[in-house]
Each structure stands twice: as C-alpha cells, then as structure tokens.
Design a protein around this ligand. Structure first.
Ligand code: GLA
Length: 534
C-alpha cells in the first residue's frame, strides 16, 4: 500500500505547464496519415540504420530533431498536424509534442531503430511506438492507427494568433444555477469524435425511456468535434455532423432535457477544432441563440498562448460573455485543476471546475482523480463544485463493484454526475448504479459538503454531513482481498446516538451495535451507509 502522503500527493506543488489529454482519447486527437516508404527501401535502410546504431554510437542521436506529421481530415474539412521535437540521449528520449489543440511534454525509449514514446498522462503505456525507417518515424498510435512523421522544415509550424491581453479582474455575479452538482450525460468518454445529431437525439430519447431524466440527469452535453469553421462574419459554423444546432436544442428541450456544448478559450479545442479565442462574446451569443444551457470551456490550446497567470481573467472573459447573453448557462471550467481554480472559480461565474486530468475507465485512474479532488473539499458548495471528471460507469473496463465505488465516491465528494456511457444500451447493473436514488440523494444534498478521506491500511473512509443532520459514509477497500470495514458512530459527528442506518447499495437497514457497524467489503468495493441520529 502506498503511504498516506504518496496516496495523496501535494497537487499544489506540482507544476503542469500544459494540458494532459486522456490516453484513451489521445487517438482522436492525433490521427495522422499512414504514408509508408516503399517496403524494400524501408527494410534495407532499416537494416542499415539498425546495424549503424549498434556499431556507431553517433547515429544513436538519429531521433533527435523536429518531426512533422500531417494528420487526417477533421470533420470540418481541415487537416490535422503535429510537430514532435525530440532529443535523444543514449537510449532515452525527451521532447515535446505540439498539435493544433495542445502541447505536451513527452519521454521515450529507443532500442535500435525501435522507439516508444510516452506522454505524462500514462507512464507505462506508450502512445507512439514505431521504427525509424528511411529517415521517417513510422509507427502506430496506441498500437492502432498508423502514424508517420518526416523531418520537419522551417515551414512546419503550428501557427498561433497574436496574444490578446485578457481583461482586468472583476467579480462576475453568480448565475444562480447548479445549486446542487450538475447531472447529465456527456459524449466524450465513450463516443469521442463519433458523435453527431442522430446520436444526440437517440441518447436524448434514451435519457427519458431509461429513467435517467427522472433520476435527475438533465443535461445532454455535446463535447468536442461538433465545430465547423468560421464564416466571413466570424460566426463559428457547425460541421456536417450537426446540421442544425438550434433544431437539436429544440428537440432536447421538448423532452424536458437541457443541451450542453463545448469550446476552448484557445484558438483550437483539444481535438484541433476552431475555438473561442478572440470570439468569446460572439460565440456566447450564438450559443444562447441556439438555446444552449451548459458550456464546458476547455483550456487546451490556450496553454500555447496564455500564461498560467492568465487563467482567471481568461475564464472571466467567457463568464462575462455568458452573463451578458441573459440566458442561464451553466459554466463548466475545464482546466485540469491548474492555477488553484477552486479558489477563483466562482469569481469568474464558474459553476464547476475540473480538479484533475482526464479520467480513464480504469480503477487506478478513477481513484487517482478522486484523491486529487480531496484537496479542494473546502471550496465545494451550492452553485460551485469541484469536478474530478465525468463518469465511466458502464463503459466496460471496470467491474460493477468498482463502478459502485466510482458512483459512491462521486456522490460523497459532491461531484457533478455526468454519465459517459451509452445510455441506449445499459445493463441492469449499470442502470442500478447510475440510478441508485439514495446515492444520488447524497450527491444532490443541498448542504453541498464534500467528503475527505481518512485512511487506515487498505480502507479509506469518506464522511459527508447532510442537510437534515444525517451523515453519509463510505468505506472503500483499496486492497486486493476482502476486508472487514467498521464504521464508528463517534467518527460521524452526529447530534446523538445512531437511531437509523441504511446500506445504500444493499437497500437494507443495518444495526449499529455498541456504536459501531462492521461488514465485509470486497476488494475495490465500498460499504456506503446513510446514518441518522434523529
Ligand atoms: C480534454 C478534456 C476532455 C474532453 C477532450 C475533448 O481532454 O479534458 O474531457 O473534453 O479534451 O477533446
């Protein structure tokens, strides 16, 4: 087991210059054309290079330099591109990857002509692997999509518009929204770039027929890749996947749901599409005219123009633009916890802000994100929430036991509940997890307190006081085998002795004996109780 300080590292001391995209979705952001060299020459040169690397150490430098990859065509007809700057030292690589939408530091290993390149978002899983072949880097992204980069020329640059100084700081009045953590669905975690009007309509229908809407999930949020290009007046068009955003909003509204959209304060979104830089007011007005109810505003390429000190005024600029539309629009800041966002989020009109890098559908990623969220506990409250990223429940790479823990921890930390799965096809277990009304009630409790963890061995206890004097408590088993978890009444700071306690996953009342309740919790499972002293 990691010791307490390792399990909860000091986020404030960590410097993250650039955004760290989700490994799982990295492919969407870096799809580049396969442009192989003729096979015989490749093999011959590969052999020569391989031999040379063994015999002539000087050629071990051969991956050093700037490499240019031309991407595939985006949904708006533009072409992706990326520049990889590498420095090889022995068999180690360091460098930087710059794409249209983001820049990030990379590291890597070289063995002969073979290379593996890692992003800071996943130390163990390389996102680029391949060979140096005939002076080109030829490989795959996550072992799937082919990738080729050629030596870059001076003409290969990712152009950035001129710096626009952000406004002076001022307080944007609260929009009065999100009195409890927002609930809904977002397209990114499962669909990534494969989202379109028909998908959003069918998800909308399923939100109603599955009972999700009635359980409280009201926002249907379109994430990245809806964008087209700007017209002569600077109005951002939708791309072919979303022929009429206003009509889509009308449809979503007709079902008693709300529509969310996505943009970035930079010139490009993380997936490389045009974003709101220099068009903040114009875009806010357009979103309002479409009937948009929620904006996720993702830092992405803004990191390539602005300094971290600019975060607050840059988010304020959009906060003010949204406010001046007069339409109630939930403002979701997505900047991965940079710049102590929890301290100024409400001042820029923010209703929620990401506290972490992107979640992946894996136990370690989910637990890492919720531990990062722990630092921000004092800053959660009605109207403004810490966001450890969207839910992965039902996406298939965790067990249902782990998904129950995921749901419980998001509820105990008053996190936004944005489902990220295919609502049209949910197993009975996924439905039971996402629509557990007792657990949702803990998340949506009007007091808006965020639990923090206390750790004993493999067990972590998260305690959340509730508006009516009850207390919600979750004991997570982070170990590899079952554990006996005990909840002690005196740790709950109730007003008196326990009068009633309910297991929120077993849907059964339980009895405290001598001020304690003990139950067996499976590996990666949770015991979650609501305890009352009235
Ligand atoms: C970033 C965000 C994700 C998603 C993608 C879209 O990685 O953190 O939640 O919005 O961008 O490109």
């Amino acid at each position: 087991m990691p010791c307490y300080s390792k399990a909860f590292p000091n986020r404030q001391e960590r410097v993250r210059e650039h955004r760290l995209p989700a490994a799982g979705r990295m492919e969407e952001k870096m799809q580049v054309r396969h442009d192989r060299m003729p096979a015989t020459r490749v093999v011959r040169l590969g052999m020569i290079l391989g031999l040379a690397l063994v015999t002539l150490p000087v050629l071990a430098q051969s991956l050093s330099g700037r490499w240019a990859a031309t991407g595939r065509t985006l949904d708006n007809g533009e072409t992706e591109k990326a520049i990889l700057e590498l420095k090889q030292d022995g068999n180690k690589l360091t460098g930087k990857l710059t794409s249209l939408g983001f820049a990030t530091e990379v590291t890597g290993d070289v063995k002969g002509s073979h290379f593996e390149i890692f992003g800071s978002w996943h130390e163990k899983r390389p996102f680029l692997t391949g060979e140096l072949e005939n002076g080109h880097l030829v490989g795959t992204i996550f072992g799937k999509r082919n990738w080729v980069a050629r030596p870059a020329t001076a003409a290969d640059v990712i152009e950035m518009p001129a710096y626009i100084a952000p406004p002076a700081l001022k307080d944007i009045p609260s929009n009065g929204l999100a009195k409890t953590p927002p609930m809904g669905w977002n397209s990114w975690n499962l669909f990534a770039g494969k989202v379109d009007d028909a998908t959003v309509r069918s998800i909308t229908d399923a939100m109603v027929s599955s009972g999700m809407r009635d359980a409280g999930y009201v926002y249907v949020n379109i994430d990245d890749t809806w964008e087209g290009v700007r017209d002569a007046q600077g109005n951002l068009q939708t791309n072919h996947k979303f022929p009429d955003m206003k009509a889509l909003a009308d449809y979503v509204h007709s079902k008693g749901l709300k529509l969310g959209i996505y943009s970035s304060p930079g010139p490009r979104t993380c997936a490389g599409y045009p974003a709101s830089y220099g068009h903040e007011e114009q875009d806010a007005k357009m979103f309002a005219s479409w009937g948009i109810d929620y904006l996720k505003y993702d830092w992405c390429s803004a990191a390539m123009i602005y300094k971290n000190e600019d975060l607050q005024p840059v988010y304020q600029k959009m906060g003010e633009a949204l406010e001046s539309t007069g339409r109630p629009i939930v403002f979701s800041l997505c900047e991965y916890g940079l710049g102590h966002v929890e301290k100024w989020g409400p001042e820029v009109g923010g209703n929620l802000w990401r506290t972490t890098d992107d979640i992946r559908d894996e136990w370690t990623s989910m637990m890492f994100n919720i531990h990062e969220q722990a630092f921000t506990a004092p800053y959660a409250g009605p109207g403004h929430w810490n966001d450890p990223d969207m839910l992965e429940i039902g996406n298939g790479h965790m067990t249902d036991t782990e998904y129950r823990t995921h749901m419980s921890l998001w509820a105990l930390t008053a996190a936004p509940l944005l489902a990220g799965n295919d609502i049209r096809n949910m197993s009975a277990a996924t439905k039971a997890i996402l629509m557990n009304k007792d657990v949702i009630a803990v998340d949506q409790d009007p007091l808006g307190k965020q639990a923090s963890p206390a750790k004993r061995g493999n067990l972590e206890t998260w305690i959340k006081p509730l508006a009516n004097g009850d207390v919600a408590v979750g004991v997570v088993n982070t170990g590899d085998g079952p554990e006996q978890a005990t909840v002690n009444a005196d740790e709950l700071h109730l007003d008196g002795p326990v009068t009633h306690a309910r297991d929120l996953w077993k849907h059964a009342d339980v009895k405290f004996k001598k001020g304690a309740y003990t139950a067996s919790v499976p590996s990666h499972g949770i015991l979650m109780l609501r305890v009352s002293a009235k």
